[in-house]
Design a protein. Structure first.
Lengths: 176, 259
């Protein structure tokens, strides 16, 4: 579980013991972060790129970040911010392009998975809220702290996202 | 979440595993460090050359300062003005005064098709037909900066880069904050509706309301689309009920409060 996220992100409560080895932290956190990013980006390659950028950013600051009581929150916030920055860059590139350009990596998903397509149709914020709470089991206040929004807003995003997913999945079941 | 959570996990599991991940990360770090060193050297060279070109004329003549015109600060307008051209979101008027019903935003759609306009904090979008439209944003739209965006019709735009600033010189906005931090609050769905928001809140809160408690509006108290009623005990806001406009008047959809 990712409990005590606020403390992790504040980094206020520094652990008295020496920080864990960065490699151990990487091995421990990588699988879960990669899975979350895969759902957020819709692409294994893109998820891997964001993951690597986020871990590299932490590695450079590991002396400080590693001393936080729980550095995982910092990692997740860094990864989310990087993912959003990439989305913004993709949008700007799409606007500049004369030809039709994808505006969402999920658009290129080749698997016929209805859930992946339904996730693709969620707004990025709803997708984040659903993945953080549904896959990572964060509470709405923990997810809100990561996303920089109120926990009430997270609940609304999750509620709307779940409704949208359920509707899309039931339509897919009916059609399929 | 249940079945949906299981399906999310199964989908995420497709990503598989990779034993050499840390080796690849280490290699990437080394590669980037090398690139940074090369880049730093190039930048230093360019700066040195450019600096010598810039410094020479700067020392030769000193321009005199232009006279400064006096500026008066106008009253902020009653509506923000946003222009959507199908590709970008442009803020023509970014500072706007809050009113008891919310914040008025005029949106001009310069295309010949319907677009969507949204403020990121509200998580709601409005369809904007070609031409000029006016919307009133209320909840999660208190004083301060807010991101807004235009996008394709029928969905929440995914990218928010432009901001408008809500000013509140008349104290139209009433804080939604409860006395306890969000991490300690409980929350639950609300399934009641009615014509009077306060009665609706009382019904939703049930036996959480004790003698002597007060129910007051928060947020924008005259919002035509959203209302929040706060339960106040001894001057401390301890719970709130969220509702939106419905056929019956108002429909509650969420409440949260302190333990």
């Amino acid at each position: 579980m990712l409990g005590a996220f606020m403390e992790r992100m504040d980094g206020a409560a520094a652990a008295s013991s020496s920080p864990p080895a960065f490699e151990d932290f990487f091995e421990a956190e990588r699988p879960r972060l990669l899975r979350a990013l895969y759902l957020l980006t819709g692409s294994r390659e893109e998820a891997e790129e964001v993951l690597q950028d986020a871990f590299l950013a932490l590695w450079e600051r590991w002396e400080r970040v590693g001393a936080m009581q729980q550095p995982a929150g910092y990692l997740y916030r860094t990864a989310l911010n990087m993912h959003r920055s990439r989305l913004r860059r993709t949008l700007r590139a799409a606007r500049r392009a004369v030809t039709r350009t994808r505006d969402d990596p999920f658009a290129e998903i080749e698997e016929g998975d209805a859930l992946a397509r339904a996730l693709a149709d969620l707004s990025p914020r709803r997708r984040e809220a659903v993945v953080l709470t549904g896959l990572l089991d964060l509470s709405s206040s923990e997810a809100g702290a990561l996303m920089g929004i109120a926990d009430v807003t997270v609940r609304r995003l999750v509620q709307g996202g779940r409704e949208e997913l359920r509707r899309a999945l039931s339509e897919a079941d009916r059609d399929g | 979440m249940d079945d949906l959570a299981d399906r999310l996990r199964r989908l995420a599991d497709q990503v598989g595993d990779d034993d050499a991940a840390f080796d690849r990360l280490r290699a990437l770090r080394d590669r980037r460090a090398r690139s940074r060193r090369v880049l730093a050297g190039m930048v230093a060279l360019v700066v040195a050359v450019a600096g010598s070109y810039v410094a020479y004329p700067a020392f030769r003549e000193r321009p005199t300062a232009a006279p400064v015109a006096s500026v008066t600060s106008p009253q902020p307008p009653a509506a923000a003005l946003v222009v959507c051209d199908g590709r970008t979101t442009r803020i023509e008027v970014g500072d706007v005064v809050a009113r008891p019903e919310g914040v008025r935003v005029d949106v001009i759609n310069t295309t010949d098709r319907t677009l969507a306009f949204a403020a990121s904090d509200t998580d709601e979008f409005h369809d904007v037909p070609p031409g000029s439209s006016t919307f009133v944003e209320s909840f999660f739209f208190g004083p301060g900066p807010h991101f807004v965006s235009c996008g394709p019709e029928g969905r929440l735009p995914g990218y928010f880069e432009q901001q408008i600033h809500v000013l509140d010189p008349n104290d139209a906005w009433i804080s939604l904050d409860l006395v306890c931090p969000g991490s300690e609050q409980w929350g639950s769905d609300v399934g009641v509706s009615g014509s009077d928001p306060v009665s609706l809140a009382r019904e939703a809160l049930g036996d959480r309301v004790r003698p002597g408690d007060e129910l007051r509006f928060a947020g924008y108290p005259a919002s035509p689309t959203r209302r929040v009623v706060v339960l106040v005990r001894g001057d401390e806001p301890i719970a709130e009920v969220w509702m939106k406009a419905a056929e019956e008047g108002w429909a509650g959809y969420l409440m949260n409060g302190c333990p």
